[in-house]
Design a protein. Structure first.
Length: 146
């Protein structure tokens, strides 16, 4: 509504569903762009009217966790930050075990999904603080029942 250009990156490496949830049948994901074989704009799906660009993750092999914690992923986020007013990483459910946890996230914001049936307020607060410590200026929590 503010006219900002927003990029939302699917960072839920265990269950990448952002594209599907947005009604996008993505052929390519950001994970394919990290090797340099595919330009980032080939994986990006933009809605010009809303000013939102979604970068889905389509890798189901488990390589996504490794890639989402590496220097190429960080470089991609920095590149997105130079093109977009706001870069948000959707990390999916809290407490999901990942092969590798990121040590730094050069993005503006992160979203964590909290299953209120099995996550206490204290666990949610601790997850938000951990995420803030990685670099995002803002961390949002989406309460869900899945």
């Amino acid at each position: 509504a503010e006219g900002l250009r927003v990029a939302v990156v699917d960072g839920d490496v265990d269950n990448p569903m952002l594209g599907t949830a947005a009604g996008i049948d993505a052929v390519h994901g950001w994970d394919e762009c990290l090797t340099g074989d595919l330009p980032l704009d080939e994986a990006a799906v933009s809605s010009l009217e809303e000013g939102i660009t979604i970068l889905p993750l389509v890798d189901n092999t488990g390589r996504g966790a490794e890639q989402a914690s590496g220097p190429r992923f960080h470089a991609m986020l920095r590149a997105l930050s130079s093109e977009f007013d706001l870069v948000v990483v959707d990390y999916g459910p809290m407490g999901v075990a990942r092969q590798q946890q990121p040590t730094h996230l050069p993005c503006d914001a992160a979203i964590l999904v909290c299953d209120v049936r099995c996550t206490s307020d204290e666990q949610a607060a601790a997850a938000v603080e951990r995420m803030r410590g990685l670099g995002p200026q803002s961390v949002g929590v989406v309460q869900n029942f899945t």
